[in-house]
Write a protein that binds this ligand. Sequence first.
Ligand code: PLP
Length: 401
Amino acid sequence: MRRVYLDNNATTPVLPEVFEAMRPFYLEQFGNASSIHHYGQHARAAVEKARASVAALVNARPAEIVFTSGGTEADNLGIFGLVQRGDHVITSTVEHSAVLNTCKRLEQMGCEVSFVAVNDRGEIDPANVRSALRSNTRLISVMMANNETGVIQPVEEIGKIALEADVFFHTDAVQAAGKVVIDVQKIACDALSISGHKLHAPQGTGALFIKKGTLIQPQIYGGSHERQRRAGTENLPGIVGLGKAAELAQGWLASPSTPNPGADGARESGGSVEMTAMRDRLQDAVLGALEDAGVNGLGAPRVPNTTNFWFDHIEGEALVIALDLKGLAVSSGAACSSGAIEPSHVLLAMGLPHQRARASIRVSLGKQTTQDDIDFAIKVIPETVGRLREISPVYQKQTVS
Ligand code: PLP
């Protein structure tokens, strides 16, 4: 059976180039980067090379990069590491749980948190961030790109507000890294999180950019690794993979249009121009084929690889399962909490009624995605939505009356 994977915001496959770069570090070059012998020195050099590549991806200095076990740990370090009891923190209602639940924990620990709302396209108005500032505000944490809708937030404006108010600014750039150009100088952030497995590096890898001179409280204690900001023996092969993925991503971002599959390093999904065109082709074809359907976040700036559809009279979870049976992997924003399927907090925050939020699915492309994969999705999504609607008593009642 043919299988097509369009759930790259959940995780991406490790690219062959990345895997090849990692391979020797599992086998012959397995040293501990803290050891002083040949093996250790070789490992250390590889870690530092990767650090330079990750730093280059976000226009930071290598010393400003701390390797972590992923995006969640980077978010935890970037938030807990900068805040103390009694501080006030500003975040948004559409953050990933890695930030939202960290902020909820801060509340339990004696901090105050303001959750800034978004408009119906999922965008934060920087003016609302400004008006949420208080005399004891210590940190603003607002994501760069949303994992469900792909909507890009005005982080440069928010960075300016933080700078003027002299408060820290952390941004969760997990869904932005490798998809759009990131420049920590322009964003004027103090901390920025990335995750390896969203940009074709292995799961369990990530990094936090911490601006030079920023005192951050470590969240893991032990040895003096990572300049005492994150203890624990470095994940050598993972870090090498993250470095290679960052290098590849930087190459693609430097030439947004690479329409020549077959050229060295080029893929059918090309650069961001081709990726956007593929995503838009899918979006237009699906919306052209179906009534009572739309795209959440349409009209807002979005990362090139993501679209989030709503199809009225459909249960998103049922659609994801039906599509999976046909070989197409996508996801619904819904989460299962205490046995009940809850609609996505992001879509609800955008003002979608519960029913429409539950009738939404996320489709996300990756570097490995081909035009053929898009053709497959264009065929099976309308077909499956149509079939589910046919058997839906609610839909039939509506169309008959
Ligand atoms: N932040 C965002 C926006 C995400 O989408 C994710 C993962 O889905 C995370 C943080 C967590 O990253 P990780 O899976 O590397 O812990």
